[in-house]
Structure formats: C-alpha cells, structure tokens
Write a protein that binds this ligand. Sequence first.
Ligand code: RB5
Length: 141
Amino acid sequence: MLAIGSDHAGFGLKQAVMAHLKERGIEFKDYGTYTEESCDYPDFAEAVSQAIIGGEADRGILICGTGIGISIAANRHREIRAAVCGDCFSAEATRQHNDANVLAMGARVVGEGLALKIVDTFLDTPFSNGTNHVRRISKMS
Ligand code: RB5
C-alpha cells in the first residue's frame, strides 16, 4: 500500500496524483490534508512516515510547495529515506541507489505532466540491491 500526503500547497497536485494512481490500479491511502486551507507540512510528513514505520504502507508520496520542507520532516525518522525529485533521472536513481521509500515533490516546482512521470518512474524502479548501496544505506540506519 502507498501512503500519500500533502500540505495545502501540494493539495492540487496530490489530487492529480491520486487520480493517476486510481487509473493504474495502485492501492493508496490519503493521509491529508483534505482542503486547501493553510496547514503545516510536518503534520502530513509525520502521518505518512508513521504509516510506513508501522507497516501499514510500504512506500509514500509527499507533496508540499517545494518538496523540501516535507522531505526534511520525513527524513527525521531513521526508517525514512525521502527524496525530493524534480526529474525522472533522480527518481530512478534514488530507487536504484538509495532504496528511497518516500518520493517528495514540489507542486510549485514541477508541472502535473512531469510529476506523474516522476511518480511512475519512482514506483516502477526496483532497488538495485548492489552490495555498495546496501552497505551505504545500512550506515544511515
Ligand atoms: C507553504 O507555503 C510552503 O512553505 C510549503 O508548502 C513548503 O514549500 C515548505 O517547504
């Protein structure tokens, strides 16, 4: 299961991402926010992080204005490897090399078309399982 969350700045793009996930038949749960009213991105980073840490979700998508604040908040957890991606190369590389379990995006940075391609790349790319990468990740956790 995929956990998805955003603040008010990411709300619109999150709706588009969720419609795309539905079209692809990917199971997800929306952890908020549920309106465009101003709110605090750490709250949604926390909800999605806890869903992953608790085993309810295996990966997550977080969206704020830049993708930065919400990824910083999520990365405070030892178990979370959140990567801000604004291009497909980074989305692919962070899955292959970092086994990133959260994709963060900035709704004020990427357009909807690119964002959906980034989502697909992130979801469809497996971790390489390379010895070097496994060792480096274990040094972080
Ligand atoms: C909200 O205005 C904005 O600060 C937030 O969405 C995010 O970009 C923070 O990193």
